[in-house]
Design a protein around this ligand. Sequence first.
Ligand code: FES
Length: 372
Amino acid sequence: MQPSNGRETATTLWSKIAVITDLFAFPLKTSHYVELVNPLWTTHKLQARVESVWDETKDARTITLKPGLNWRGHRAGQHVRVGIPVGGMHYTRTYTISSPPERDDGCFTITVKAIADGRISRHIVRNIKVGDYLPIGLPQGDFYMPDAQPVKPLFITAGSGITPAKSMVTSLIARERLPDSVHIHYAPHEFDVIFGQELRRVAQTKPLYKLYEVHTHDFGEDKQTKAYFNEEQLRRLCPDWREREVYACGPPSLLASVEKHFEQAGRSRYLHIERFLATFAEVPKDAVGGLVRFAKSDVAVQADRQTTLLRVAEDAGLNPPHGCRMGICHTCNTTLVSGCVRDLRTGKIINEAGSIVQTCICAAAGDCELNQ
Ligand code: FES
């Protein structure tokens, strides 16, 4: 970690003062009053102020965030949860931090790509503006290089999966520890490459960093015309791939091919993968959805067999707790009161009352009632 010493000292000092002033602020805390002056000075929750927005491509935007006092430094490759208020509802999404920890202005960046059916990502790319305050979590994740850095990294990324690689490369450069690195990146066209200009400049000025862009669409074409990751291509672009530690991030189809290749080559332990989405198994054709009742909210809605219960609740106007939306953080956990749900990752049926249900990766498998 690279915490700021100044920030740590200020936080510690502030905590000591607050022990006394909280006595006078009861039943609230001093931090609640401080929030009225500057939301970044609060200690009862962590927020960040939007300092700038920058369009990387036609559908990807980098947002610079100034975090509050409780923030601690991240490691290049880690992600952060960001709360997004939209239309009176509160949503949470997880984004990789795209800036290196070595930034000296106390800020960090996230880079968000608007996806076709992603209402929150589209809202961020179009509507978030300088001066907005957003609730954030602390940096998380184990997709980062060990301190004893690998001798030769190979980055395989696609689309917005380039963000952790960009953070790692720029961090290595900032620390003057850039090793012999190969980066294969997939994007539809040259102009779709997020951080394209910046990383091309790095490749021109740092001979140790080799960037290979694979543009999968011909100019002006919407349909994919060239191959994604395959063995022949890997051998051609990175002949010594067997000697490298591999960091891969991108859509499920790319990661599945990469995973299969390195498994067959007996090199799975050298492959590190960061996913944006949970991988779901195919739902059986004869599976059915059902009536989902959210007991505490007293809301019941019809759901199909493959829409996650979290999405079903949100579409019904509820505001259920959630974090990663891919089965990792367990923020969305609730209990099954009755009925039957399916774990979409494994296909496993959960039908025992009292069982824990992760709503972000489970769907109705018949009528069911949740304690939510
Ligand atoms: S939201 Fe993280 S596990 Fe469901």
